[in-house]
Design a protein. Sequence first.
Length: 247
Amino acid sequence: KANRRVATDKARMSEILYDMDFDNVLVYEQDSSLYDGFEIITQPMSFEYIKENKKFFMDMMESLRHNGYDSFNTNTCGHHIHMSKMPLSEKEQVLFIAVFEFFKQEFTTLSKREESKLERWATFITRNYGKEQLNNSEVFESLLDILFNQGNRYRAINVCNSHTLEARIWRGTLDSLEYLARIELMYNIAMYVKENTEELYNMVFDNEDINLNLYDIITYKSNEFIDEYLTSNGFMNTVNTKSMATI
């Protein structure tokens, strides 16, 4: 969203970003949910590419801030992260969602969104259930059935897209560390699910107690950005607690 105190035109801003974008990874679109701004969409890319080209993303954020644009300090702007379904089996997709639902309070804090905004744009399907209530695998299975069959894309993790899982919880940001840490977090959860599938599946559907630590999950394979981000925002205690329970 453009800051009214600065007169950088949207068309001019897109030209500035285009001149920085040597790999042509950015696409610009109008979005009816934005009061005065435009949506920036990235082409599909690997997490390795993002790490190797982190300076580009940092420079992009700096350029937007320098030209008077906002993202966090608005009422409607969000940071949606799409992840390909292709590397994940259906079972792994279910477990990916289960991690977000089990730790919904922690992710609500990390999202920086007001709960009313999440309720409107990115609802957790288990919003009315505590962790102790989700020990009943039949309850959780019925909730997942609602998620996959109701066709509502305004969920914390939207499953309605043909090829991607879409995390909709994140508040908009032009903080490059926050931007990169969120992507790294998504990557780590996916890798954790892929490499601990049976253990997690038993937790979700067989009522087995497992000692889960959200910090271990979100730093599972990569920790280039997350520790710095958690520390700088005072979020370390939010994610670094043990939970002895089943979903």
